[in-house]
Design a protein around this ligand. Sequence first.
Ligand code: MTE
Ligand code: HPA
Ligand code: MOS
Length: 732
Amino acid sequence: MKRNPESVLNVLGKTQYLDDLPENAGMLHAAVVLSPSAHGRFSGLDTAAALAMDSSVRVVVAADIPGQNELGTAVFDEPLLAAGEWHYHGQVLALVLASSRSLARKAAARVAVQGAEQLPAVTDPREAAARGNIILSPRTQRSGDVDTAFLACDVVVSGRVESGGQEHVYLETQGAIAWPDDSGGVRLLSGTQSPSGVQKIVARVLGLPMNLVEVETRRLGGAFGGKEDQATGWAALAALGAVVSGRPVKINLNRRDDMVATGKRHPYSSDFRIGLKKDGTILAFEADFYQNSGAATDLSPAIIPRTLFHAAGAYHIPNVRVTGTMCRTNLIPFTAFRGFGGPQGFFVIESAIDAAARALGIEPADIQRRNLLSDGDEFHYGMVAEDPRAKETMERCLAKADWNKLRADIRDFNAAHAGLKRGAAATPVCFGISFTKIMMNQGGALVHIYNDGSVGVSTGAVEMGQGVGRKIALVVADALGIPDSKVKIETTRTVTVANTMPTAASTGTDINAMAAKIACDQLRARLDALAKDRPGLDFVQLVALAHEQRVDLSAHAFYATPGLHYDLATEKGKPFHYHVYGCAVVTATLDVLRGTYQFDDAFIVHDIAHSIDPVIDRGQVEGAFAQGLGWAALEELAFGADGRLLANTLSTYKLPDAHFMPRMDVEFLERPNPGTVANSKAVGEPPLMYGIAGYFAVLDALKAVHPDKPAFYDLPMTPEKALRFLSEEDSP
Ligand code: MTE
Ligand code: HPA
Ligand code: MOS
């Protein structure tokens, strides 16, 4: 078995993350002063007590910013440092610098807010929408004629669905180091998925051209979307501190600050209406998604369309009307999180199917199987399904779980046991691959062959544990015809490959390995031209000859995903290069007395197409499923009515662990995906949606106790909600 060198370092604990690097003499450490409530006004900060602690202490505020005090990607509506007013609990009011980390944190704690006045806070997205507090305009995607179709249905069911937020809990918290530079600019090490994004904002904040801001990202100890946009502010603070002090500045949040002051997965509140024929054919589906966007725009305008694109799940529904509204509230600005709005869409259609199954007196799986996408079906956004693998993966998954026998066994078990009930559910997945913003589907690579035959590869890809570096190395080795041990993946730097996009949307390998392959093909062609006259030379000899003959051994290449188009006016087009399919069956056992449950088995069939590294891909499927199961049935991102985050430590925010996870049986559907690098498919996000099966597995067990009670769709499933359902009161 080939080993990923990065994984070996991780296992040995030898990987160097930002905070493991040796510190420079004279480096200052930064801490932050955070807003004390969800919404308020202030006249200033009393810094006397902090400054009195040590001569190295310095407090940096909004007025110290030489350029624009603004963060954002498309809409710049978030200040780097609050001035006069704060809009959520945990907003940064000031940056405190000191000679040591502990001194900086102690000094930050002594900065007092002056003239504070509490303002009313809105935390509920529907309330925000009712008050007109929305970001940009709502978006609606439609196909067919929903209103007429509902009239032709045998049953029409409507309902309400809630899904909670999710904390990323990357192991490495947010951080950056900035060095002032004799060019008048800054050099940065940033824990970001988007070095060019950091470069752009740091330049804006400092009032510098981009060429005076150099950003390097070595690797991330996990990101999961939490560092696509939200690493930028911390890097900008470090850069600001470096410019103001003239010294290197390092910022690295402690866990509690990271949990309080960084964005998470968006909570959603949604309404649905679904119409079916008696046989379970879905004719019409309608949904209204109220996205709790938090206090600033951040990536919400890219996330809401992904919810809408996935609102019909893995199904073909001829009449669809779905609307997404970004609701501005006084919570932390919510951000990218693995799945990027897709999971929230999936949970609503799966809830609708569950409710419809009850109304029709059939099983949810009967509806699911009857409506899965077929070849040539048109999605509600106009794209046509090509080689859809929904039926194939679901049928294989049900066979793997021995579905009919499983249902019979569960019925027998439940009839024989009063104190324990078992349940099972299947969730089919179809996830579109490409950034929802077409412009972002581009990337570059720079490949050097050194004259000893070793190879260095730079791309825009950021390694965050997902193995993108390893996959690029394998693709490069294959393209050049050399062992992968000869290939080094360089850190990601804005001076090497410029204007890159975040490593996100699961496209890291699709885009960057493809760009690297194109560069390698150019190099290979140059070497092959030489080899024609000199047969029998090996790679190292050929490279030496090329150098001797003054042939360029470096190549830069660019890749832009072909064929994408989208018309915002009609909400139709081809937003995705292709789709990834799959299915999970999850089983659970419920303790009827306590409302507690455990997950027993998970059967997964995943559309991998061709796996560039099967060990990495298996890890991605299992890891994403664990993260999805945590979102669906464990992790409760609790905010108080006053908008303060209650789940602000790992003692109050529960994560999946080995005991929580079921036995996992993962199988790959291997059929090449033409038109991608190595005929592969992206794998990073799609398997997260398999976790949704866990919610419905517990719900299935709950229904065995109270078959006549209406179900509830309020994710995450928690023992508390289960117990309330069991205790005969109203549904939670
Ligand atoms: N896997 C690990 N170990 N750590 C991560 O931070 N991020 C996920 C996924 N898998 C992540 C991960 C997310 S949100 C995305 S979009 C993809 O990896 C990004 O990398 P890729 O495009 O190279 O798959
Ligand atoms: N996924 C992740 N990040 C993004 C996307 C997307 O679809 N679009 C813009 N940023
Ligand atoms: Mo992933 S949420 O696209 O970083």
